[in-house]
Design a protein around this ligand. Structure first.
Ligand code: ADP
Length: 326
């Protein structure tokens, strides 16, 4: 089997809660990959600083909560190391060394860089770390010499840079970093209850760790076909948040969509079936989540860090030898 091959996957701890968009777009795939690979599941707390350097006081707490959501969603800490990026100081050393070999032009050309810089307040206010984000991400990845990295389609340019950074190191100092592949899942972007992309910045999310009542309330208020007032008005399920969730969480969504289109079912019926389906899907996650107290997650993170560190120390030994810096 491929069980010795590693996968590196990470998520920034920019908030305390993961939503079902994070699950559909990332975690679902990580959980699946566990049957074939050793999945290193990293909570990227240093990366959260690129946008939260003004007030980092919540990051440590958020990282623990995100780790709990990983486990609740099905990352098995017995098989898959769950760890916090900043606990493995080797990432900082590799980041520094790679920052010496990475041409500035590569970083300035990253499509999202200029846009993010503007969001933060332009070149005078946005941190140097934002420019270096892909270098730190490369260090995170290359450290574990993974077979592959699961990636959303929007992240592909970042990963291409990481491959280039690895290749450049190998060309300069000798073969240390094997090439990794992109593992592209079949995920679609999940809309929020307002039909924009589900994102915590829009406050339109259904969270793994919220009560079934909170979920029900949100779905009751979710955006549906605006021209469907009565049951007999035809719906447009493609543009209706409730129908989108039914597509993911209800096995007979095709019939429901047909009936919605033909005006054979109303929005309130859709909503109650959707509430049922989403809460049923999240039930095991929430049960596991409720059992994870602070001590348990701390133990999981300590064990995960020990496993990650063992690999990281080996890689850094090779890096220092290759560069002759010791
Ligand atoms: P947010 O937009 O809530 O801040 P992040 O940007 O931290 O979420 O995303 C973390 C991970 O979840 C990324 O892999 C991203 O591709 C995925 N993700 C986030 N929102 C969605 C969504 N609405 N649909 C699918 N995947 C998503």
């Amino acid at each position: 089997m491929k069980s010795e091959k590693r996968i590196l996957s990470g998520m920034r701890s920019t908030g305390p809660k993961l939503h079902i968009g994070n699950y559909e777009g990332a975690l679902r795939n990580w959980v699946k990959l566990q049957s074939d690979y050793k999945v290193f599941a990293m909570v990227a707390d240093w990366h959260a600083l690129t946008t939260q350097f003004n007030d980092p006081s919540a990051i440590a707490r958020n990282s623990r909560e995100v780790a709990k959501d990983f486990v609740a969603a099905g990352i098995d800490p017995e098989k898959s190391p769950v760890f916090i990026q900043s606990h493995i100081k080797e990432h900082a050393e590799l980041h520094l060394l790679l920052s010496m070999t990475t041409p500035l032009g590569w970083l300035e050309r990253v499509p999202t860089f200029k846009e993010k810089q503007q969001d933060i307040g332009g070149a005078e206010r946005s941190p140097y770390g934002l420019l270096g984000y892909p270098v730190l991400q490369s260090a995170d990845i290359l450290m574990y010499k993974p077979y592959g990295v699961p990636v959303g389609k929007d992240q592909a340019p970042h990963l291409e840079i990481s491959r280039e950074i690895g290749r450049r190191f190998n060309n300069l100092y000798g073969e240390v970093f094997p090439e990794f592949v992109n593992i592209i899942g079949d995920e679609a972007v999940l809309p929020g209850i307002d039909m924009r992309k589900m994102s915590k910045t829009y406050d339109n999310c259904i969270y793994i760790n919220e009560s079934p009542d909170e979920t029900a309330k949100k779905i009751k208020n979710a955006f549906t076909t605006p021209t469907k007032i009565k049951k007999s008005d035809p719906g447009i399920p493609e543009g209706c948040a409730v129908c989108q969730y039914l597509r993911v969480y209800s096995p007979n969504w095709k019939e429901l969509w047909d009936e919605d289109r033909q005006g054979l079912r109303g929005c309130s019926q859709n909503k109650s079936e959707c509430i049922e389906a989403v809460n049923e899907f999240l039930r095991p996650f929430r049960e596991r989540r409720a059992e994870l107290d602070d001590d348990t997650i701390e133990q999981i993170l300590t064990k995960g860090a020990a496993e990650a560190r063992a690999v990281a120390q080996q890689t850094m030994q090779q890096v220092r030898e290759a560069m002759g810096i010791w």
